[in-house]
Design a protein around this ligand. Structure first.
Ligand SMILES: *Cc1c(COP(=O)(O)O)cnc(C)c1O
Length: 368
């Protein structure tokens, strides 16, 4: 039985005519750059995530660069972040000329360990970028308290956690700026690239809007050097249609996760995702931990079950960051988990019989 890691066609088919209808409206409006569909979608996101300002941009990576620029992080500054994330979480710091400082993760949640942050703070530290990895909110209460105590900004890289909450509050709207990605494999994905910044601050909201169009205001007058980074109007139209279904999709992912927890609970050799009592997950990934990761991966692949390693090499050990001087052993949890994690299919439309097949395959592997 073939099981895909993600089946975008299963998501597209039921909403195909709605999407085409909205795209058609954009095509015949000829308002392709920051057209009305962008404004409408931004407003819908403000309502959905209970945030004052939502500013669409070209992708999730740019959203992070825009956030750092809005907070005026620059050369000489240090930004603390996690080494266990997608590359963009750290490359954005490099892009504004600042220095990434990596703090290891909590081995259970995969998110930055707040208890390790303070000893990495120096007089140059300006901000912390937290990631809500695999869809689970990081420990925002502890992180916000540390930031307040040391007068640091907090950016939430929420590319994987749209709609998840921490202690009842939507992730992305807790720190100074939150960022989203609408890359097709995210829980809310468009049909190309797209991203967004979120903020509760009127000042930062206005600044982010300005920065995404070259920092200009009024037109042709530039107070800052910004980016050319706008959410495409066609993508905004697609996203508006998909947003109507996001809550249902997230619940379906949670229901799929519940099935795995039940089916796999007896397997002693794997750790199932741990969710912190104050956090929620929208399960962008369902990531298990096992010492026999490579063998299990081979077994799943031989049965045509999609699976993937997020991520095989932590960011502090990437070649492009060698100049920072990190070495093996500096972030032991991230390094060990990079060798032990495996993400298995969890997407909303995943049929129950396929979930059972994946679980049975894993159970049989460990019973061999
Ligand atoms: C996907 C992702 C990004 C980048 O998003 P793009 O839209 O692909 O630029 C940033 N951070 C994390 C954690 C991601 O998963």
């Amino acid at each position: 039985m073939k099981v895909q890691l993600l089946d975008l066609d299963a998501q597209y088919r039921p909403i195909m005519s709605d999407i085409r209808h909205e795209m058609d409206k954009v095509l015949s409006s000829h308002q392709y750059i920051l057209g009305p569909a962008v404004k409408d979608f931004e407003k819908q996101m403000q309502e959905y995530l209970q945030v004052k300002h939502a500013i669409g941009c070209a992708n999730g990576t740019d959203a992070l660069v825009l956030a750092l620029k809005a907070l005026e992080i620059k050369e000489g500054d240090e930004v603390i972040t996690t080494p266990f994330s997608f590359f963009a979480t750290a490359s954005c710091i490099y892009r504004v000329g600042a220095k990434p400082i990596f703090v290891d993760i909590n081995e259970k949640t995969f998110n930055i360990n707040p208890d390790l942050i303070e000893k990495s703070i120096t007089k140059n530290t300006k901000a912390i970028i937290v990631v809500h990895l695999f869809g689970q909110a990081a420990e925002m209460d502890k992180i916000m308290a540390i930031a307040k105590k040391h007068n640091l900004y907090v950016i939430e890289d929420n590319a994987q956690g749209i709609g998840c909450k921490y202690d009842g509050q939507y992730a992305g709207g807790i720190g100074d700026i939150g960022t989203l990605s609408f890359f097709p494999s995210k829980n809310l994905g468009c049909m190309g690239d797209g991203g967004m910044c979120l903020t509760q601050s009127d000042d930062l909201g206005a600044k982010l809007r300005q920065l995404r169009t070259h920092g200009e205001n009024p037109k042709y007058f530039h107070k800052w050097v910004g980016l050319n980074s706008r959410l495409d109007t066609l993508q905004a139209a697609v996203l508006s249609v998909k947003l109507r279904h996001l809550q249902t999709w997230s619940e379906a992912r949670r229901a799929n996760a519940a099935k795995y927890y039940e089916l796999l609970k007896e397997v002693k050799d794997i750790k199932l995702p741990y969710i912190h009592p104050k956090a929620e997950s929208i399960y962008n990934q369902f990531t298990i931990v096992t010492e026999k990761r490579d063998e299990l991966m081979k077994e799943l692949q031989s049965k045509e079950i999609g699976c993937a390693i997020y991520y095989p090499l932590p960011l502090h050990l990437q070649e492009c960051f060698a100049y920072l001087g990190y070495k093996e052993g500096d972030c032991p949890n991230s390094e060990r988990l990079a060798k032990q994690v495996l993400s298995i299919p969890i997407y909303s439309e995943l049929p129950e019989e396929q979930i059972r097949f994946v679980a049975d395959t894993i159970i049989n592997f460990y019973n061999k």
